[in-house]
Design a protein around this ligand. Structure first.
Ligand code: NAD
Length: 266
């Protein structure tokens, strides 16, 4: 039995994860937290996630996540995830982090912290997007000279960061495939007199609205032809299922920093 703790348990992904855990015979929810000013502190985590009461009360103390859990699965905010990663390192507890919007220095800190525990960090835990990212890197290596790459993403109106963590990961895959530094070629903002598109840039476009779970397209524009590779998520459960697969991997993994590709290959 793998014991799991969920910070952000009253959130959209937190609820999804608790529902997945409730349906899995090899998993047990042992702790749940949310931010100190959450109206759900003290409530039963199962009732809030609509699985029925499970006796785990939502706490505001992050230390409670590290009492008995084998793995902490964190979909919260960048600041909260970093704090939890520091606590996980101190306790030697494995972690899966799905939070997006982390800066490059936040990501470096996560890598540095993963010395005495396994940390799986992934801005998109869906199996489909993990494969899409690999495919995009391969295509970008082949369609390099004379091809312009644009990345288009659409998400629901609650999303607080842009471009999405997945769009950035896809951009990094393109840069890797082409052997260039992502920060040198990423073009995230276009407004006013931008001048002509620079050859080699990776452009980003962002749409926000309604209840769209997540859509990503990587478009390679050539002369007189276009290659488009897309992924559409229609149910957030895919992210929760992927995160749970990562949690099972984390429970037995050696210390170190991993991504979703490691989980799929593991
Ligand atoms: P949400 O706002 O519904 O939930 C976030 C929860 O975290 C809230 O309940 C909030 O109160 C809680 N929280 C904030 N600070 C906290 C703290 N210090 N301690 C404990 N809990 C805290 O958001 P969401 O839609 O569930 O998304 C959460 C994160 O996961 C976002 O960064 C989102 O982009 C990301 N996400 C990633 C994937 C993926 O595949 N990796 C998929 C969906 C969402």
């Amino acid at each position: 039995m793998i014991k799991i703790a969920i910070p952000g348990s009253a959130g959209r992904m937190g609820g999804m994860l608790i529902r997945e855990i409730a349906g899995a015979p090899d998993l047990k929810l042992v702790a749940a937290t949310d931010r100190p000013d959450s109206p759900f502190i003290g409530n039963d985590a199962g009732e809030i996630a609509q699985t029925g009461a499970n006796g785990v009360l939502i706490s505001s103390n992050p230390e409670d996540l590290f009492g008995s859990a084998d793995v902490v699965v964190d979909f919260t905010s960048p600041a909260a995830s970093l704090h939890h990663a520091e606590l996980a390192a101190a306790h030697g507890t494995a972690m899966v982090i799905g939070t997006t919007g982390l800066s490059a220095s936040d990501e470096s800190e996560l890598v540095a912290l993963a010395q005495s525990n396994a940390v799986i960090y992934c801005a998109n835990t869906s199996v489909g997007v993990t494969l899409l990212t690999q495919l995009v890197q391969e295509v970008a290596a082949k369609l390099s000279e004379g091809w312009d790459v644009e990345i288009l993403e659409t998400h629901h109106h609650h999303k607080v960061d842009a471009p999405s963590g997945t769009a950035l990961a896809l951009g990094k895959a393109v840069a890797k495939g082409r052997g260039v530094t992502f920060d040198d070629v990423a073009d995230m903002v276009r407004k006013g007199q931008t001048g002509a598109r620079k050859h080699g840039d990776i452009g980003f476009a962002v749409l926000r609205g309604g209840d769209v779970v997540g859509e990503h397209s990587v478009i390679f524009f050539g002369d007189s032809e276009r290659v488009e590779i897309s992924h559409r998520a229609t149910d957030r459960a895919i992210f929760a299922r992927g995160a749970i697969r990562a949690a099972r991997f984390a429970a037995t993994a050696n210390s170190g920093f991993y991504d979703m590709t490691d989980v799929l290959e593991g």
